[in-house]
Write a protein that binds this ligand. Structure first.
Ligand code: CTP
Ligand code: CA
Length: 223
């Protein structure tokens, strides 16, 4: 009997993983955020580490813990901080997996003091955050792998393919929101992996830890 699976496949590799939401400051007590729990990104970091890789896990605000000795965790709050942390390490990594649900906009004029309630309606002016995946896509060398995620509610595959091209990704993981057990907060996910050579592989609904294995298998095959 030969145990092919007993061998760690990512020894001496270093990966960047982004995970969780970002919080964009409105005032000292309020922010704009989203429902990302960070579970998928943390599961990916664990699985990469389990395969022998060193992992730099850049995480937005989440209530998760990670214990794997191969994982170096960098906690950030805003998209701007996440971009800086990602850029700080990108030149050293063999690949980056962009799993974070990065806020697309931030308040243009965050207030230094708590904004007081008045009887009137209010408007918060927003400005665009940089696209971290696209930034890395521009810097990427031939030896680096860049993986993105896409969460779509319509025209799923064509939107995901557009994102893969626009951000210069090697493959993109499409999260289906059609399925009840997939997406934010839950422990399960249903994905389709779309590759730049136009292949699409649909996976069953499964635990995020198992989904992480499927994604890491694709990473290993693509290196
Ligand atoms: N992403 C990123 N930085 C951002 C926005 C997105 O790194 N400022 C990454 C995500 O981590 C994910 C991929 O880009 O890997 C796609 O994110 P998504 O929000 O689906 O794409 P957007 O380009 O922001 O498009 P939209 O939200 O309009 O669908
Ligand atoms: Ca977005």
């Amino acid at each position: 009997v030969t145990f092919f699976n007993g061998k760690k496949k990512l020894l001496n590799k270093h990966f960047l993983v982004t995970a969780g939401p970002t919080h964009e400051k409105i005032d000292p007590v309020r922010f704009i955020g989203n429902y990302s729990s960070g579970k998928m990104g943390f599961a990916l970091a664990e699985e990469l580490a389990e395969q022998g890789a060193k992992v730099t896990l850049v995480s937005g605000p989440v209530s998760l813990k990670c214990y794997h000795p191969n994982i170096k965790r960098v906690d950030v709050v805003s998209a701007e901080e996440m971009k800086q942390a990602a850029l700080d390490v990108f030149s050293e990594v063999d690949g980056a997996v962009m799993c974070a649900a990065v806020a697309d906009y931030r308040p243009k004029y965050p207030a230094d003091q708590k904004i007081k309630r008045t009887a009137a309606d209010m408007t918060i002016e927003l400005e665009a955050n940089d696209d971290i995946a696209a930034c890395l896509g521009k810097l990427k060398t031939e030896n680096q792998l860049l993986v993105g995620f896409a969460l779509e509610t319509q025209d799923e595959k064509s939107n995901a393919l557009d994102k893969m091209k626009r951000k210069n990704l090697d493959f993109i993981v499409l999260n289906s929101l059609q399925d009840k057990g997939a997406g934010f907060g839950v422990d399960t996910n249903k994905i389709t992996i779309l590759t730049k050579d136009n292949k699409a592989v649909d996976f069953q609904l499964k635990m995020k830890t198992e989904v992480a294995r499927d994604i890491v298998a694709q990473i290993t095959a693509s290196l």
